[in-house]
Design a protein around this ligand. Structure first.
Ligand SMILES: Nc1nc2c(ncn2[C@@H]2O[C@H](COP(=O)(O)OP(=O)(O)O)[C@@H](O)[C@H]2O)c(=O)[nH]1
Ligand SMILES: [Mg+2]
Length: 359
């Protein structure tokens, strides 16, 4: 799962990337204009896994992970020539977007639009994404309109469905909605999947609030499907991310915060992707496995190995809270909270699963 970090030049994208990935990529007040994406894989913080490690004392502890890509800056509202093709490619291939929005004031760091206004920047980046989708839709509709009358039978039927769906998306985008906001049938979604619309991707608006606004509530209205808003003080978080645990504790006490914001932002982006984790636990390894929400047991088993999915017999499942309450597996079995579930059982977030299979 890949999350692209997007935003205007100098909004703090690379700083946020460093904060989330605990990295030390160079940041700059003046962009090089080069497109050299920074890529890093980040472990998804999961307190449940730490708790299980105490219970099972495994040799290995393996959290779920997501990948962040820092793709480079977009131009401000003054430049409407569209996204450069290389940047568009990077963003199109991502599963979700993390938009870094500048709210910090610093005269040493120029803003591409000359002033700091985070509401304007959210709008101008949304517009840029929307224009990109509209251009794809218009091109495709022109082609369909020219060809559809020459088609017959099943092909014509499918293209008509596609054309109607694209027309609906076009109307919605022109009215300020996103592709994400439009209800599509399963068939329409399937027909449109290949287009990788930018406004179809879940988006997290991360407002970079600057050095002193860390506790300030942000008044941001963002009414779109599969989206969320979070505040972060990117520079402080980037410093925190590379400190030793002891130094970080002292620094956070000084700032009056309990936990780095990076954990919250990572968890938010994982959740926004529609992802969740089930767990496996044993004295060899305790591990979190990433699946989409609403995944049936046999398919979830496939996240571990395709053989387990193919030869699936049943799953032995205990909810995390039940296992913790019981104290260990034996006690949970005695308490009757360890269930046997079939192929179609919908795995829940935090379920501890043991799959029985036969190949
Ligand atoms: N004062 C202040 N400066 C920041 C903050 N975040 C980033 N910067 C500075 O802004 C400049 C651009 O940051 P960078 O992360 O390279 O922006 P990018 O172009 O979006 O990748 C750098 O000089 C950063 O040190 C912040 O929260 N406060
Ligand atoms: Mg950068």
């Amino acid at each position: 799962m890949k999350i692209a970090i997007i935003g205007l030049a100098n909004s703090g994208k690379t700083t946020v990337f460093n904060a989330l990935t605990r990295g030390t990529v160079e940041t700059a007040a003046f962009s090089s204009g080069q497109l050299e994406p920074n890529v890093a894989t980040v472990k998804v913080p999961d307190g449940r896994l730490d708790r299980l490690a105490i219970m099972f004392k495994p040799r290995k502890l393996t959290p779920a992970d997501v990948q962040y890509v820092d793709v480079g800056g977009m131009s401000g509202s003054s430049n409407r020539s569209g996204l450069p093709p290389a940047l568009l490619n990077f963003i199109s291939s991502a599963d979700a977007l993390l938009h870094v929005v500048r709210a910090f004031q610093d005269n040493a760091v120029p803003h591409p639009d000359g002033s700091v206004d985070f509401r304007r920047d959210i709008e101008s980046v949304d517009l840029e994404l929307t224009f990109s989708d509209l251009a794809i839709i218009e091109k495709r509709l022109t082609k369909l309109n020219a060809e559809i009358n020459k088609m017959a039978g099943r092909e014509r039927e499918q293209r008509t469905i596609e054309k109607d769906a694209l027309t609906r998306l076009q109307t919605a985008l022109e009215a300020g909605q996103h592709v994400r906001d439009v209800a599509l049938t399963e068939e329409e979604s399937r027909l449109l999947r290949g287009y990788q619309f930018l406004t179809a991707k879940p988006i997290l608006q991360v407002i970079n609030v600057g050095d002193d606004a860390i506790t300030t509530m942000l008044d941001v209205q963002y009414n779109h499907a599969q989206s969320a808003v979070a505040g972060i003080s990117a520079k402080i978080e980037a410093e925190l991310a590379i400190m030793s645990d002891e130094d970080a504790t002292v620094f956070m006490e000084d700032l009056g915060i309990k936990e780095p914001a990076r954990n919250r932002v990572i968890n938010l982006s994982y959740d926004l992707l529609g992802l969740m984790s089930f767990l496996t636990a044993g004295d060899d390894e305790c591990r979190a496995w990433t699946i989409r929400k609403n995944t049936p047991a046999a398919e979830a088993a496939g996240a571990i190995h395709s053989d387990i999915q193919r030869g699936f017999i049943r799953a032995e499942v205990v909810a995390y809270d039940d296992l913790i309450k019981a104290g260990d597996m034996v006690a949970a079995k005695k308490a009757g909270t360890v269930r046997l579930e079939g192929k179609l059982y919908i795995v829940k977030d935090g379920d501890i699963c043991h799959f029985l299979f036969n190949v």
